[in-house]
Design a protein around this ligand. Structure first.
Ligand code: ZN
Length: 212
């Protein structure tokens, strides 16, 4: 069955038949409870390090707690972007800037969900993207939309509502992390031109333009 893509900026890929599956990314080993700081500009050394970083914020911790339940029930897994999809997205989203991080995407057929991510992205960008996509994964309206036939108008409305919720969660996470790690604030500001939503809450009409 084709999977429906809800995010991010990949609406031109309305459906996508996945190729051979990669090994799922292993997450959620819990160790060390000291403050978890990571190098923001380089790919994460391990997924565990990235998830422990996300856990430093109250909102990230709560989203992870719920997402972990989904994963433990076998409803969702995490995989690196398949190479074919990665090049398609790079072509669609980054024609003028192929170095722009792809981040992550959530896809579901209504029964099973997959969170795709680009492991080569900077950890400081992957973290808020993951929070955004986990918020989609926890959004029952997306699962339900994939299970039932929808008109294009309905799909657009469902995506817009879900994106508003995901950007709100992402912004809350970023605000908490910047308060904990002043260095993270400086890192996000260094991406202001390319990824302005690292530094401020997007307005509804900006979100609507991104996903029209
Ligand atoms: Zn989204």
């Amino acid at each position: 069955m084709d999977r429906v893509f809800f995010c991010p900026l990949s609406q031109n890929l309305a459906t996508h038949s996945e190729g051979a599956a990669h090994d799922p990314v292993q997450i959620f080993s819990k160790s060390a409870d000291s403050i978890q700081m990571i190098p923001f500009s380089t790919p994460p050394k391990s997924w565990d390090a990235l998830f422990r970083f996300i856990r430093e914020s109250r909102s990230g911790r709560e989203i992870l707690r719920q997402f972990e339940i989904q994963v433990s029930r076998g409803l969702v897994d995490i995989q690196p972007y398949p190479e074919t999809l990665k090049s398609q997205l790079q072509h669609l989203n980054q024609p003028s800037n192929p170095t722009l991080p792809l981040g992550a995407a959530f896809t579901t057929d209504g029964v099973q969900g997959t969170l795709l991510l680009d492991p080569q992205g900077p950890a400081g960008i992957l973290a808020p993207f993951l929070v955004h996509e986990m918020t989609h994964s926890l959004d029952e309206t997306l699962w339900s939309a994939a299970r039932h036939s929808q008109t294009p108008f309905q799909i657009k409305a469902i995506i817009f509502d879900s994106e508003c919720r995901a950007y709100r969660a992402q912004h809350q996470f970023l605000a908490e992390m910047k308060a904990i790690f002043p260095e993270y604030q400086a890192f996000c500001q260094s991406w202001e031109t390319q990824l302005p939503f690292l530094n401020r809450q997007l307005l509804p009409d900006e979100i609507a333009r991104l996903y029209r």
